[in-house]
Design a protein around this ligand. Structure first.
Ligand SMILES: [Zn+2]
Ligand SMILES: [Zn+2]
Length: 342
């Protein structure tokens, strides 16, 4: 089955977040939309998906109308596997975590470059500094040619990085992120500090790849759902999965010493004792306690969940004991839940 996916964000003043949340959940249920939406007083930020392209289009039209944002930019892509298992709305202070919630991007353009303009500036202006505003592990699997890697864990470290680099206030800077939302705030912070020649990539890497695959961007782009990353044609990554030990993108194959399961782990964990030869946190833990002893692989909660879906609603409840006192079991809805038992 093919799943349509659409990412979008919109800065707008919102009140009554709880009631907007139930409206969204209602609509998503009606149209069978899955995904994650971050809702805040400053707007919405979301990735939604559906096995029906038509339903997703209806949902997008509804969003445009409901939030009065006819000019909202949707970044569409596809996947053969469901990128989300359910629909979740989370209410947060910020719809993108920057640590600076009081900043509201203005309506309309603020030094935005279209993918075409961005590509041209990169080719014609070698003095322009290209800066990746994402996290270090996102940079590692793909970025723009010659882009600087601030090596940050949190966005709040970004302005400090720029200052430490000694980049002059007049220098032309090109900043980018995954879908454009971080830069909407990042550029304000830089402008406040007196940098007045900063440009941002409209719609981020996802919009860029849609219009200019195999141009100035190299590698793959990390995304925040089960696809892990998308390639130059916005297809789900065949190369990476999420490292079972730490959650970073991983592409180093390992056959688990304990349970013989094949898995891919990240570069860092491939150098770490016990993790480098196991398939999961559980196996790493057991391997450390009893090196060399074989054992069964522990099912992950989502595997249990999938098992429930395959077996159908009338199947008996399946459960596994995770620790002495904890059990993961499938409830009537077919979802995995962790319970503490005596
Ligand atoms: Zn790892
Ligand atoms: Zn294992």
């Amino acid at each position: 089955m093919k799943y349509s996916i659409s990412a979008f964000f919109y800065f707008t003043r919102l009140t009554n977040l709880e009631s907007i949340k139930s409206e969204l959940e209602q609509k998503a249920k009606e149209l069978n939309i899955k995904g994650l939406m971050i809702l805040g007083a400053e707007g919405i930020n979301s990735t939604s998906s559906s096995s029906s392209k038509e339903n997703l289009e209806t949902f997008k039209s509804w969003i445009r109308e409901r939030f009065q944002c006819p000019d909202i930019m949707f970044k569409d892509s596809y996947s053969d596997h469901p990128p989300f298992r359910r629909y979740k709305v989370k209410i947060r202070d910020e719809i993108v975590t920057t640590g600076i919630p009081e900043m509201m991007p203005p309506r309309g353009k603020n030094y935005h470059l279209s993918p075409d303009e961005w590509s041209r500036v990169m080719k014609e202006d070698p003095d322009a500094v290209v800066i990746d505003t994402r996290n270090w592990y996102e940079y590692q699997i793909g970025t723009f040619k010659g882009a600087l890697n601030p090596n940050i864990e949190k966005f709040t470290e970004f302005p400090e990085y720029i200052e430490k680099q000694g980049i002059t206030k007049e220098k032309k800077m090109l900043i980018f992120c995954t879908g454009g939302i971080r830069c909407e705030k990042g550029i304000l912070e830089l402008q406040n500090r007196g940098y007045n020649n900063v440009y941002q990539l409209e719609g981020g890497i996802l919009n860029y790849l849609e219009q200019k695959p195999n141009d100035q961007f190299e590698g793959e782009c990390f995304v925040f759902d089960h696809r892990v990353a998308v390639d130059q044609n916005l297809q789900p990554s065949k190369r990476y999965n999420l490292c079972p030990h730490c959650g970073q993108p991983g592409d180093i194959p390992v056959t688990c010493g304990r349970c013989d399961f094949n898995e891919k782990i990240c570069t860092d964990c491939s150098k770490a004792e016990f993790k480098k030869e196991t398939c999961s946190k559980n196996c790493a833990h057991q391997w450390q306690l009893n090196p060399g002893r074989k054992g069964n692989r522990q099912l992950l909660p989502f595997e249990l969940e999938n098992m429930g879906a395959e077996l159908g609603a009338e199947s008996p409840v399946k459960e596994i004991r995770v620790t002495k006192k904890k059990v993961v079991r499938l409830n009537e809805k077919g979802e995995a839940e962790t319970l503490t038992v005596k």
